[in-house]
Design a protein around this ligand. Structure first.
Ligand code: TMP
Length: 231
């Protein structure tokens, strides 16, 4: 069924696809699960796209490099926020909207909620400003389903260390990993708060400390429950 999503960057936009976003703290397993969702849809011949923020576009990859490099640990917090929002504008316009208009299920590893939690909750930046810029970039658009992958910061950071040791994660993207544990606790609390409020009934809380396969089973249930695909 086609849906109208109001005005995106000044134009009325009709689309038939759906957006699934994943969020959570460091090492929660989002990227692994995003790939599993993508592989599952592909095996079912469901048209889909796997993408991420920051870094889902050519320009976004350059922005990602600036944002995640430990060399930039002195970045000014307003610069950090504006770069995440710039990455989002580019990505939404060039990847998400075209994907949805082509009827695809877009699976996005991180989206608006990471800005609310990392920059808003943890860095204490102005939520009204974040909302204002999101409205400017996205209009009234919201994801159809947001999976909140919850785990204790200690378990997440241990997973990050294991990924670093086996090379599936690189040191040049480790700026946030080296934040204090109190920062990671704030991140966890921020995502749990969003899941609890469940505005627009789009959130689904997943216990990410279970095995990869068990987490994926919960995700599949959420996808069916929210009507993204039929059982
Ligand atoms: P990831 O690809 O491992 O999730 O890394 C992205 C990092 O950027 C992660 O530490 C969370 C952070 N981030 C923000 O601080 N704000 C945002 O809006 C987004 C999308 C990510």
């Amino acid at each position: 069924m086609q849906k109208e999503i109001g005005f995106i960057t000044g134009r009325c936009c009709i689309y038939s696809g759906k957006l699934i976003t994943l969020c959570g703290g460091e090492g929660a397993g989002k990227s692994t699960q995003a790939k599993k969702i993508f592989d599952f849809f592909q095996s079912e011949n469901i048209p889909c796209i796997l993408t991420k923020e920051p870094g889902g576009t050519k320009i976004g990859l350059m922005i990602r490099k600036i944002l995640l490099s430990p060399e930039n640990s002195d970045i000014y917090n307003k610069t950090e926020l504006l770069l995440y929002l710039a990455d989002r504008a580019e990505h939404f316009h060039k990847v998400i909207v075209p994907g949805l208009q082509n009827g695809k299920i877009v699976i996005c590893d991180r989206f608006i909620d990471s800005t609310f939690v990392y920059q808003g909750e943890a860095r204490g930046m102005d939520i009204d400003f974040i909302n204002y810029v999101h409205k400017y970039i996205l209009g009234d658009f919201l994801p159809d389903l947001t999976l909140v992958l919850d785990c204790r910061p200690k378990s997440g950071l241990e997973r990050v260390d294991r990924d670093l040791a086996c090379g599936t994660r690189t040191e040049d993207e480790s700026r946030f990993d080296s934040e204090k544990i109190s920062f990671h606790e704030k991140i966890r609390a921020g995502f749990l708060k969003l899941a609890e409020k469940n505005e627009n009934a789009r959130f689904y809380l997943i216990d990410a400390e279970k095995t990869v396969d068990n987490v994926f089973e919960s995700i599949k249930s959420a996808i069916i429950e929210k009507g993204i695909i039929q059982n």
